[in-house]
Design a binder for this molecule. Structure first.
Ligand code: HEM
Ligand SMILES: [Ca+2]
Length: 693
């Protein structure tokens, strides 16, 4: 009898899913005649599933979730559902249980270069950190139904406040306080780095979710129950369309019930410049210049630039020669200063490749050596420059992130990006400035736009150099150097909190703070207090009890946000409301989640540049240590003066680029030689290839 109930549930779920597919087809036909229907969160902030196999798995997962829900309604408990009888029936009915992303991995020990998709980094667990891996979890998901449905209820059963209400109460305001210590490079490098380590694809459901509000497996819109202060757009009845992140069911995520919905990461978790090279061999093929050591570029008015991509992925103006870009991560067109960062890293690859090819006549070897060096440079910038510019000295020490900590690879550490990091690291949204601008070499403004006028519009990167002045790409980087970053606090500028992806024709826009909160709930993240406990910190017990890490004002804002219990507060909101740890910009909960992730990305990466087995020798590491993002910018973007040694710090003096050394490539040119013991300091260095002369 139970068995027929299960069979029946699977059959009904399949019917429902067929109906869903039919509706989707209908919608695809309709949207071909009016492309405006596509959800900008999917279309522009491009997070589509990478392969057709992923899309099939995604659909099959949604079907399974429907079947599971039907069974829960018929009295099956979570334990019942995990029994083999249910799983067997699913196996049969759904042609295999939609499980972990299927990737066959065969590792060759002794590979000298990391794979493109991140597999075989950890030889015992070759899927750790790979593209398509399930996001790690610090705590089991707290879905409303234990399995799949977003966290919508508080601890005492009352509904959580709408994310927009929380956004209005906590994340709204004017950011008139600029950071006393960060330049805008922190903002732009921060996002660039994010796009190396995580991209969470959204469901393959192609229809407009606002027309399918009840499709709980695919849609999780923010519906406005009453008028909002932002008028006239956000009025009662407004639907802010949110597609759910694509779900997978994958036991290997290890934590929580095995049937819980999990989210995946499209990218390699490792800091491996996958934003430059892509996260698969196929992706690289489209980005590399044939089999040469070089990356593909397009020819712009001011020389080579980031290659052109498909013009439907941004607001291109092909008639005026303005195109969308194609790089290793598909969010490259979101804002022009991000494109400028992608551009400079491609130029740097080609600059280094030009020099390394002389040493490595084999084109593949020259390409891989250049890629390896670029990754090392990226890792150096992250750990020696970027992280210490906003993490407290305490966190840098605790998580061994600084360059004084000795390096030893730890194969027991899973480097895979955690689901919680994907929410916490959105703290960078507080650094998004109100304007974007192109500056002159003297750091004077020459062109500016409100940030919300630049989304997905590459025009600024196409501004041409005049009278020897900067190109748009360069001028955007000068601007990042000339300006201080907005303060790291709970506030997000209205350009992203009201006007994100503003579409005047459809009269729609998004609130990034609300999206972050909604996304956390979509992923079933437990509340802020649960993460305080996880991090070994005290918890907030009432709105009235003094609580060290939040000011009284912050506590009352959380109460005003409409949470009925302190145990309900969302992670993003609570953690961003904390007072900074002395010497840093973030509170202790943020530092705990972000610090631990960067610890894993360092010590859990077998190819980390400091690992002598796969990385570099002492001289090479020394050369990398003496290179910097500031120098990289000087070499490619003709800066006159730049904050040096630390481009992220306002207090780093402005130094003439002529006085900043380029990377010393000598130790890399002799890298084919075995690592000889170092001579005493007073001896002259051995000459290259001395023994062949
Ligand atoms: C103008 C600049 C930026 C814009 C327009 C932007 C926009 C967005 C949007 C629309 C999302 C997806 C929201 C959702 O549907 O859940 C997102 C996700 C995210 N953002 Fe940003 N962002 C910007 C800058 C930054 C910065 C500076 C950082 C960090 C320093 C950052 C970190 C992240 C992270 C970690 C995610 C989650 C990624 C994923 O899991 O797919 N963003 N951002
Ligand atoms: Ca990566």
């Amino acid at each position: 009898n139970r068995s027929s109930t299960i069979k029946d549930a699977v059959a009904r779920a399949l019917d429902i899913s067929k109906l869903g597919s039919a509706l989707a087809d209908l919608h695809t036909k309709r949207s071909q005649s009016s492309p405006g229907l596509a959800c900008p969160l999917t279309k522009f902030h491009n997070r589509q599933l990478p392969t057709t196999a992923d899309v099939t798995a995604d659909k099959s997962m949604a079907t399974m979730m429907v079947a599971l829900r039907l069974l829960q309604k018929r009295g099956f408990s979570l334990d019942d559902l995990e029994r083999d009888t249910v799983l067997l029936e699913f196996e049969r009915g759904l042609a295999g249980i939609p499980g972990c992303p299927k990737t066959t991995v065969s590792c060759k020990a002794g590979d000298s270069f990391r794979s493109m998709n991140g597999t075989c980094n950890n030889l015992r667990n070759p899927k750790w950190g790979m593209a398509g891996a399930v996001q790690r979890r610090l705590l089991p998901a707290a879905y409303d139904d234990g399995l799949n449905l977003p966290r919508k209820q508080g601890v005492n059963g009352s509904p959580l406040p709408s994310p927009r209400q929380v956004s209005n109460a906590v994340h709204r305001g004017t950011k008139d306080v600029t950071s006393p210590f960060l330049t805008l490079h922190a903002f732009q490098f921060g996002q660039f780095l994010d796009h190396d380590v995580i991209s969470t694809p959204v469901t393959s459901a192609v229809y407009d979710c606002c027309s399918y509000n009840d499709d709980v497996d695919n849609c999780f819109n923010i519906n406005f129950a009453e008028d909002d202060p932002y008028q006239p757009r956000f009025k009662e009845g407004y639907c802010m369309e949110v597609k759910r992140s694509s779900g997978v069911n994958c036991e290997s995520s290890g934590i929580g019930p095995s049937l819980q919905r999990q989210q995946i990461n499209k990218l390699t978790s490792f800091i491996d410049a996958s934003n430059v090279y892509g996260s698969s061999d196929e992706q690289l093929q489209g980005l590399r210049d044939g089999n040469t050591p070089f990356m593909r570029v397009s020819e712009g008015a001011d020389g080579p630039r980031v290659p052109n991509g498909n013009d439907s992925t941004c607001k291109a103006k092909p008639d005026e020669g303005i195109h969308c870009s194609l790089v290793g991560d598909d969010r490259v067109n979101v804002v022009p200063s991000l494109t400028s960062y992608h551009n400079v890293f491609i130029l740097e690859h080609n600059r280094l490749a030009e020099r390394l090819r002389e040493e490595f006549p084999d084109e593949e070897e020259a390409f891989q050596q250049t890629r390896k060096l670029m990754i090392a440079i990226m890792q150096k910038i992250v750990y020696d420059e970027y992280l210490p510019s906003f993490l407290s000295p305490l966190a840098m020490k605790k998580y061994k992130l600084g360059n004084l900590s000795p390096y030893k690879y730890d194969p027991s550490l899973d480097p895979t990006i955690s689901n919680e990091f994907g929410i916490a690291y959105r703290m960078g949204h507080t650094w998004i400035p109100m304007f974007m601008a192109v500056f002159t070499k003297e750091f004077q403004p020459s062109f500016g736009r409100f940030t919300n006028e630049t989304y997905e519009d590459p025009s600024m990167t196409y501004i041409e150099s005049q009278n020897g002045g900067p190109s748009g790409m360069e001028g955007l980087a000068y601007w990042l150097s000339a300006k201080k970053s907005p303060a790291t606090d709970r506030i997000l500028e209205d350009v992203v909190r009201n006007d994100l992806f503003l579409n005047p024709t459809k009269d729609t826009s998004f609130d990034l703070a609300a999206l972050n909160i909604q996304r956390g709930r979509d992923h079933g993240l437990p509340s802020y207090n649960e993460y305080r406990k996880f991090c070994g910190l005290s918890t907030m017990s009432s709105w009235r009890t003094r609580f060290g890490d939040l000011t009284d004002a912050a506590l009352s804002r959380l109460e005003e946000a409409g949470y009925s219990d302190p145990d309900d507060v969302d992670l993003f909101t609570g953690a961003l409301s904390e007072k900074p740890v002395p010497g840093g910009a973030l509170g202790p909960t943020m530092e705990c989640i972000i610090g631990d992730q960067f610890h894993r990305l360092k010590f859990g990466d077998r190819f980390f540049y400091k690992n002598p087995e796969t990385g570099y020798n002492r001289d090479q590491i020394e050369a990398i240590k003496n290179y910097s993002l500031a120098s990289l910018m000087c070499r490619n973007y003709k800066f006159e003066r730049i904050h040096f040694p630390d481009i992220f710090r306002v207090l780093s003096p402005l130094v003439d680029c002529k006085d900043i050394d380029d990377i010393d490539l000598t130790p890399f040119l002799s890298s084919s030689l075995p690592d000889l013991p170092r001579p005493p300091e007073s001896f002259p260095k051995p000459i290259r290839n001395i023994d062949t002369k």
